[in-house]
Design a protein around this ligand. Structure first.
Ligand code: AMP
Length: 267
């Protein structure tokens, strides 16, 4: 998703929004010595998750629900890269500069760069509010490096949540998605239709289908996902931390299923 286009003022507003969400993520988004304006509520047993799931399984919505209700902080590597586009070259670390080049080309950022960026933010992993890693790790090499990092910090993952949905259902979900070019609001022709077909409820923009939401492009994205990220499922399965959740139904149903799966595991 393209967050930062157009005027600098717009960019700044979006960056501010990104950092003033319910769980302030300034330390994660900015890295370095930056502090969160609102420190996370410290928990006796903070929950620490990794989220896995192909594009279109509803992982983003589940991340929101889990963070809102379990108090964890949403640590997305993609958000760091998007936010860093607002910074001047002098403000960006060399690791971030390198990452943006890859992102602009639509490639995955190399493991070494992603790991430098995550290591710069190790204190977010130690945070007593817990975390939910989203978009990281994306390769087995990243997962191995994360394990080492967590071991060094004597931190254990609560679980790796793997949202699973059959390919034809993913295609149905994503190919029905319609995006507003103005305010970037997202609708769905059947699941979340706009009040007037083809027109944004918020700013009256003409809704369009993103190129990467067309069925052929979706299949290609799924192939890329299967190739690069699916090995992570085997990796975490063999370590006994994988919890697979069927991502069928409403966000609330999937959320309830997630809690049931976690509680079943704890019992
Ligand atoms: P996302 O929002 O997670 O889809 O990430 C957006 C883009 O950021 C990806 O297409 C990659 O270019 C880059 N990216 C984010 N996280 C990672 C990661 N863990 N490994 C490699 N590239 C990443």
């Amino acid at each position: 998703m393209e967050f930062f286009t157009g005027l600098d003022l717009e960019k700044l507003e979006k960056l501010e929004k990104l950092m003033s969400e319910k769980h302030d993520r300034t330390a994660w988004i900015q890295g370095g010595p930056a502090q969160c304006k609102t420190p996370a509520v410290q928990r006796d047993s903070p929950q620490r998750f990794v989220l896995l799931g192909a594009p279109g399984v509803g992982k983003g919505t589940q991340a929101e629900l889990l963070c809102e209700r379990l108090g964890t902080c949403h640590l997305s590597t993609g958000d760091i890269f998007r936010a860093s586009r607002c910074l001047t070259p002098e403000e960006r670390s060399p690791a971030l500069d390198a990452a943006l080049d890859y992102m602009h080309r639509g490639d995955l950022v190399p493991d070494s760069t992603v790991l430098d960026i995550v290591r710069e933010r190790t204190r977010c992993l130690r945070c007593g509010g817990g975390f939910l890693l989203d978009g990281f790790p994306r390769t087995v090499a990243q997962a191995e490096a994360l394990s080492e990092l967590l071991e060094e910090q004597q931190i254990q993952l609560t679980a790796v949540l793997n949202y699973d949905l059959a390919l034809d259902k993913v295609v149905a979900r994503l190919s029905g998605r319609r995006t507003c070019p103005g305010c970037k609001a997202v609708f769905h022709v059947t699941a979340r239709p706009p009040k007037v077909p083809g027109v944004c409820d918020h700013c009256s923009g003409s809704l369009y289908q993103r190129d990467d939401d067309r069925p052929e492009a979706i299949r290609t994205r799924m192939e890329v996902y299967e190739k690069s990220t699916k090995p992570l499922i085997d990796y975490y399965q063999s370590r006994g931390v994988l919890v697979t959740i069927e991502a069928e139904g409403s966000p609330e149903q999937i959320y309830e299923r997630t809690l049931t799966a976690l509680n079943g595991r704890a019992a």
